[in-house]
Design a protein around this ligand. Structure first.
Ligand code: NAD
Length: 333
């Protein structure tokens, strides 16, 4: 029974997970956290029963931070996560987002955000989330995001709908500008601190550290690029980066090494990151990912993989309306 689950992180021969403070929030989050976008079928079809088991396994093994959004699977991921966390809500730190509705529909207005949060709370079967973030802010204008949307986040915090607030997005220039303009408890960056690039450490981490903002590093397999299965069809990476990752995965496969595990080992050891989010929907991935970070990477394989990835290093892709943001593209030099 889910409700009788105990909060002892350790079975299955797994050692204690590491926990870190998330900025100045006072939240103690597992260094490996659960990205729930795959629960919405974002990376391919999923079996709901298996998704529920994956969440339960993660909780059993000590993962205590779960990140979701109404956008993932067009509300499906929130529905599934809400069901999975029935009876477990008080044991986890729950984060969702607002502002992004679909692939191309965004609503950063006060009314839209308020409605979105109410709907998320209903799907997640809770009356508050620990963290609420504006989702993919580069798709809004600086005025709407840093003005009305940010003020709405603060209002929702005062109302108790969320305990902490933050913003997420892809272009580091946009996130950095937002961090400089607003008081954010957390910031979520994705695909910018993994085996293919560590641009996050140069362009965002110093500002986050100075402000005491919690740093969440998402997509450490680069949204599937650094897995044996490879990326989903919608992946925005440029061809050179895809090709390097394909070669690196083949190199690892020939040597019996799981490139996903290597990616996690690499990201886990980057300093200054409070937690790394990995998208999971399968029990075996939860188990193998926890097992992976406990082991040191094979330095020889790691060096060889980094050489293979070199031609695609630091390759980024355009996202949203980043050109309309004041600091557009400055991190590209
Ligand atoms: P990811 O790099 O974590 O990759 C997820 C993919 O890797 C899925 O297909 C998953 O099945 C697979 N995978 C995980 N462990 C594996 C293993 N051991 N072996 C093989 N495959 C494995 O990308 P992601 O899911 O996009 O990012 C993690 C989370 O971060 C998301 O689920 C989401 O919660 C968050 N995120 C947020 C934003 C945003 O706010 N804009 C963007 C990206 C990610």
């Amino acid at each position: 029974m889910v409700s009788s689950r105990k909060w002892y992180p350790y079975h299955c021969g797994v050692k204690q997970l590491e926990y870190r403070m998330l900025g100045q929030t006072g939240l103690r989050v597992s260094a490996l956290s659960f990205g729930a976008s795959p629960l919405g079928g974002v990376f391919g079809p999923v079996d709901t029963a298996e998704c529920l088991q994956a969440v339960h396994k993660a909780v059993d093994l000590g993962i205590n931070f779960f990140d979701v959004s109404p956008y993932y699977g067009l509300t499906r991921a929130e529905e599934v996560l809400g069901e999975a966390l029935l009876g477990l809500r008080s044991q986890v730190i729950l984060a969702t987002k607002a502002g992004r509705l679909t692939e191309d529909r965004f609503d950063f207005s006060r009314r839209g955000l308020m409605r979105s949060v109410e709907e998320s709370l209903r799907r997640l079967r809770t009356d508050y989330v620990d963290i609420l973030q504006l989702h993919d802010i580069e798709f809004g204008t600086p005025d709407e995001v840093l003005g009305e949307a940010y003020q709405t986040l603060l209002e929702l915090k005062v109302q108790g709908k969320c305990r902490f607030v933050g913003m997420t997005g892809y272009p580091l220039s946009v996130l950095r500008h937002a961090l400089e303009q607003c008081r954010l408890d957390v910031v979520l960056s994705y695909c910018h601190c993994n085996l293919t690039n560590t641009l996050l450490k140069t362009w965002l981490l110093p500002v986050a550290a100075e402000k005491g903002t919690g740093m969440i590093n998402a997509s450490v397999t680069a949204m599937g690029l650094l897995t044996q299965k490879g990326p989903p069809p919608w992946h925005p990476a440029p061809p050179i980066l895809r090709e390097c990752c394909r070669q690196a995965a083949a190199y690892c496969r020939e040597r019996g090494v799981d490139i996903a595990a290597l990616s996690l080992q690499f990201a886990y050891r980057q300093e200054g990151i409070d937690t790394m989010l990995v998208g999971m929907s399968k029990v075996r991935h939860v188990e193998s990912n926890i097992a992976a970070i406990e082991q040191e990477p094979d330095e020889e394989i790691l060096a060889a993989v980094q050489r293979i990835l070199q031609p695609g290093r630091d390759q980024v892709w355009p996202s949203g309306r980043e050109a309309e943001w004041p600091a557009a593209a400055y991190y590209r030099g």
